[in-house]
Ligand binder design. Structure first.
Ligand code: SAM
Length: 294
């Protein structure tokens, strides 16, 4: 039975093993059964599902996942947690604990081996110091994904959801919205964790699009343009792009491309929609092809 969501049970396990929290691993364990149930509900886990959990901690959410899913793989970096997980998850026959760094795990190979290449669900109370690389890694590695339901810092959840013209809008908003539909499903205060984090948290569900909402000829070029525009947020789009060594575009080409989009030269990158970045990438891609005679 899933029992670790109750604070006294978590404390008993921590004491039994003399566990010391490691700040460097972003360890804030969930101690609120309502939040755990909310996450499982939002992820829509069924007995058909294969679930990848990132950072199981002492196995609190893993217990819930084992009870709802067909099969679970939980990847944990802290070696001190492995014997604890073997203990707290001992009664479940449908979980595999992997000791390692999630950023180094070959997740497409795991999805192939465990789920025959069918879309997997990712569920986690993420370590906040690597939220962005984990999420971008999942999308960019083209893992077959159904959805990612994760606890993140509230501010990061907001950034994933917003559109142009707001202070939180940036490269992460555009990347997430290109790959998935984001939806904040709960705001979670610090007292739901042990130890309490200094920031507010939120559960966000990212449902993978079957087709991206915009079409673009060169995805990589579009993301290079997006990154260059937001690297220098206070600059105009034209300056941001022409200052980027990676893009090596001359000012005249950039002005011409922005003009073709029907935008004024003084526009900032933060005012552009995903659709406009896609069109800009197509225009610049075409200019480059003509320039190189391809
Ligand atoms: N899932 C547990 C819970 O909700 O109580 C723990 C969540 S805690 C916020 C994040 C967990 O991720 C910790 O157990 C931490 O050791 C683990 N972790 C941190 N960096 C990791 C990495 N690179 N790869 C795998 N696990 C990691």
């Amino acid at each position: 039975m899933a029992t670790l969501g109750i604070p006294q049970n978590t404390i008993a396990v921590l004491q039994k093993y003399g566990f010391q929290f490691q700040k460097k691993y972003g360890q804030n364990f969930l101690i609120d059964p309502r939040v755990l149930e909310k996450i499982i509900g939002a992820a829509g886990i069924t007995k058909e599902d294969y679930v990848l959990e990132i950072g199981p901690g002492i196995g609190t959410m893993t217990q819930y996942l084992c009870e709802h899913a067909r099969q679970v793989t939980a990847v944990e970096i802290d070696p001190n947690l492995i014997p604890i997980l073997q203990d707290t998850l001992g009664e479940y026959g449908n979980v595999e604990i992997l000791h390692g760094d999630i950023l180094k795990v070959d997740i497409p190979a795991l999805a192939q081996e465990k789920n025959g290449g069918r879309p997997i669900k990712v569920v986690a109370n993420l370590p906040y110091y690597i939220t962005t690389p984990i999420i971008m890694g999942l999308f960019e590695s083209h893992v077959p994904l159904d959805s990612i339901t994760v606890m993140v810092q509230k501010e990061v959840a907001d950034r994933m959801q917003v559109g142009p013209g707001t202070k939180d809008y940036g490269a992460l908003s555009l990347a997430v919205q290109y790959y998935a539909k984001p939806e904040i499903v709960a705001n979670v205060p610090p007292n739901c964790f042990m130890p309490r984090p200094k920031v507010g948290s939120a559960v966000i569900r990212l449902t993978r699009h079957e087709q991206p909402p915009v079409s673009v000829e060169d995805e990589e070029l579009m993301f290079a343009l997006i990154r260059a525009s937001f690297n220098q947020r206070r600059k105009t789009l034209a300056n941001g792009l022409s200052n980027s060594p990676k893009l090596s575009l001359d000012k005249e080409q950039i002005r011409e491309a922005i003009g073709q989009l029907g935008l004024r030269e003084s526009i900032r990158g933060e005012a552009l929609t995903l659709e406009q970045f896609a069109r800009l990438a197509d225009i610049i891609g075409k200019m480059r092809r003509i320039g190189s005679g391809v």
